[in-house]
Design a protein. Structure first.
Length: 245
């Protein structure tokens, strides 16, 4: 990704320079819907203020860890502090720069589509925190990448993946978007998004929200199964995935 198109990275760099307090995250959807949230503050938060679900999930990580979509590196930094060997990847140059500035030892610019470049059996744990199951983007792409994750994890490998059940919403704008997706042959929770910061407009990217039942359909014949679901208040949940073989 070119820096001139890295809206997400620009947002993180601004938040880092302002100690994580002075930025809003502006996300645009391809139907024209725009949201603004104070999420950058959470990207820089420490373990004691995480949700109970985040705390419970991250404690299940062990061995060498791959952090997919590492953002500002909060999960990588925590796992490093616990003595784990962590490789953090993101497709945002700004995010990787922030990770390195904050002390992530192994942070690399690598999009999720290049997971196959890692050696077979390299990781014991893959984390997709911050709703990053969504980075799979679509049903077909998710199946393809899950098979790659099966190959680059060892026999005891697990995936810790957060997502949001899209059907929990009652917002008219989101329900209209789900109907639009059905009409164009997409999953209802499939989103087309881009991040804006200042005068930087990021590239469009696909993002996928799924129910537990949809996740099970995606996992079929990939070598993965749902071992455990961690819930808390709200529509989000964390799935612990383990190998079926």
């Amino acid at each position: 990704m070119k820096r001139s198109k890295d809206g997400y990275g620009a947002e993180l760099l601004a938040a880092y320079n302002a100690a994580g307090h002075a930025c809003m995250e502006i996300v645009e959807r391809d139907d024209g819907f725009i949201s603004a949230s104070p999420w950058p503050q959470r990207y820089f938060s420490d373990y004691p203020v995480w949700t109970k679900r985040e705390q419970q999930a991250i404690r299940m990580a062990s061995g060498r860890v791959l952090d997919i979509g590492c953002g500002a590196g909060r999960f990588s930094l925590y796992l490093q502090s616990e003595g784990l060997d962590v490789i953090a990847i993101d497709n945002s140059p700004g995010a990787i720069k922030v990770c390195k500035l904050r002390g992530v030892k192994k942070a690399f610019l690598r999009p999720i589509i290049e997971l196959g470049k890692f050696k077979p059996g390299l990781f014991n744990t893959v984390i997709m925190m911050g709703n990053n199951f969504g980075l799979f983007g679509s049903f077909k792409k998710a199946k393809h990448l899950l098979k790659i994750l099966f190959r680059i994890t060892n026999e005891h490998g697990i995936i810790i993946a957060e997502t949001v059940n899209p059907y929990s919403t009652r917002e008219p704008a989101h329900l209209r978007y789900q109907r639009l997706n059905r009409n164009r042959g997409l999953m209802p929770g499939q989103l087309r998004l881009r991040v804006r910061y200042d005068n930087i407009i990021g590239h469009w990217f696909d993002y996928l929200l799924v129910s537990k039942e949809e996740m099970e359909d995606i996992l079929a014949e990939t070598g993965w199964r749902i071992q455990k679901i961690i819930l808390d208040k709200g529509p989000g949940y964390t799935a612990i995935l383990s190998k079926t073989e």
